[in-house]
Design a protein around this ligand. Structure first.
Ligand code: CA2
Length: 144
């Protein structure tokens, strides 16, 4: 069975430790546990990186190995054409996930490059929403 890749971009290693009013108190380690608890028998490849290069390398790995990608690109959402190009090479489903509702925030957070490739965009469910994203991905890859 091919894994679902759950990829997290810059600063999300600080989740639960900063700005709890926006991002809550759930840590990224707890998010990883939630994803694994929600995926049943389907393996999860869970990663976080602060590096654009490493995030693109992980998308390349998913292109070769993954059934689907759930990605919270954090600030690279709004800046990285290179990440968009990499995601366009992936043939399976892509869910763009944001903990906060980016559309409620300042205009610089409204224009997502990643949304130009994503099949599904989820924003505003909080960190526990990663579990919802995993369940949605299982529906999307069902039978693969
Ligand atoms: O809501 C999200 O998931 C975001 O993708 C988080 C990004 C932000 O740039 C996006 O606009 C929305 C990263 C926020 C900064 O990183 C932090 C992580 C944990 C705690 C505080 C900040």
């Amino acid at each position: 069975m091919k894994p679902i890749y759950v990829l997290n971009g810059p600063n999300l290693n600080r989740l639960g430790k900063r700005e709890p009013a926006i991002y809550g108190t759930t840590t990224l380690a707890e998010v990883e546990d939630l994803c694994r608890a929600s995926s049943g028998d389907t393996p999860i490849q869970f990663h976080q990186t602060n590096s654009e290069e490493k995030l693109i390398d992980l998308v390349h790995e998913a292109i070769d190995e993954g059934a689907g990608i759930i990605i919270n690109p954090a600030a690279f959402t709004f800046t990285s054409l290179a990440l968009l190009d990499a995601l366009k090479m992936f043939e399976g489903p892509v869910i763009e996930f944001h903990i906060s509702n980016i559309h409620k925030r300042e205009p610089i957070y409204h224009r997502s490059y990643v949304s130009m490739r994503a099949d599904v965009v989820m924003a505003g469910l909080g960190a526990k929403g990663y579990a919802t994203a995993v369940r949605a991905m299982l529906d999307l890859v069902g039978g693969r």
